[in-house]
Design a protein around this ligand. Structure first.
Ligand SMILES: Nc1ncnc2c1ncn2[C@@H]1O[C@H](COP(=O)(O)OP(=O)(O)O)[C@@H](O)[C@H]1O
Ligand SMILES: [Mg+2]
Length: 229
């Protein structure tokens, strides 16, 4: 990978669910360290695109690369291993394992990657602290508020300092104040570690925090002027 390799690289991606076309030839590139907001009406294909780019779904045709590595030709097992090591993901809800504590949830990616328990714990706690949920780190994920759970989900997506972060309406279920805080933290911490972020959101106010804005309509990207900060 060179400096001119996009961190997220989708080329002419097509995807249908049975007879329903969801993506009709989407190409996009996100560059090192940038944050890109993805907007568009419900059903326009945002989640489908993220899932194809992250290798959760295999597109019907087209190519998806993350950090220079092609995902659409990998086996499911290879894709999930690659996702674990090179990506962080946050969804609207259901990110965490409810039976585990917030701390255990955030330690999990590091432990799966072979990190020592003491070091995983240290890093997870540091991040939970930055996200202002260190005080509830020993509570089970199923027993904390939605805002606290999403902060921990952000910590879990960032804890292994992945080069790429995919976030799909990560604060869609939160009130405005909590959502703003969680998104600010996500973007700030991702910027610190130099991660590239692709963030699906309905909120103009949140998209405005990103370096660039893309809009989807009917399974395709619409042309869009750059957002200036
Ligand atoms: N699992 C699925 N099965 C069938 N159709 C789906 C499925 N997921 C999404 N779709 C359809 O694909 C299109 C794009 O959906 P989606 O990617 O979820 O859009 P968005 O995230 O922008 O709301 C919509 O028409 C939606 O109804
Ligand atoms: Mg969606």
């Amino acid at each position: 990978m060179t400096n001119s390799t996009p961190l997220i690289d989708g080329r002419d991606i097509h995807l249908s669910y049975g007879q329903t076309p969801a993506l009709r030839g989407v190409s996009l590139a996100c560059w090192s360290g940038e944050s890109v907001a993805l907007m568009g009406p419900s059903g326009s294909g945002k989640s489908s695109l993220l899932h194809c780019l992250a290798g959760v779904l295999k597109p019907d045709s087209g190519e998806a690369r993350v950090a220079g590595v092609r995902l659409d030709t990998m086996s499911e097992r290879e894709r999930s291993q690659y996702r674990l090591s090179r990506m962080g993901m946050v969804f609207q809800f259901g990110n965490l394992i409810p039976e585990l504590t917030l701390l255990e949830n955030v330690m999990l990616p590091l432990q799966l990657l072979g990190e020592r328990t003491a070091e995983a714990r240290r890093r997870a706690l540091g991040l939970l602290d930055r996200l202002e949920v260190a005080d509830v780190s020993e509570r089970r994920a199923g027993a904390v508020s939605g805002g606290q759970a999403q902060r921990a989900a952000v910590a879990r997506a960032l804890v292994h300092a992945p080069p790429v972060i995919f976030a799909d309406e990560p604060t869609g279920a939160l009130d405005t104040l909590s959502a703003d805080k969680v998104l600010d933290s996500l973007l700030r911490l991702a910027h610190e570690i130099g991660s590239t972020v692709l963030l699906v959101t309905h909120e103009n106010r949140i998209a405005a925090h990103c370096d660039r804005l893309l809009t989807m309509r009917d399974g395709a990207l619409a042309a869009q002027p750059a957002v200036t900060r």
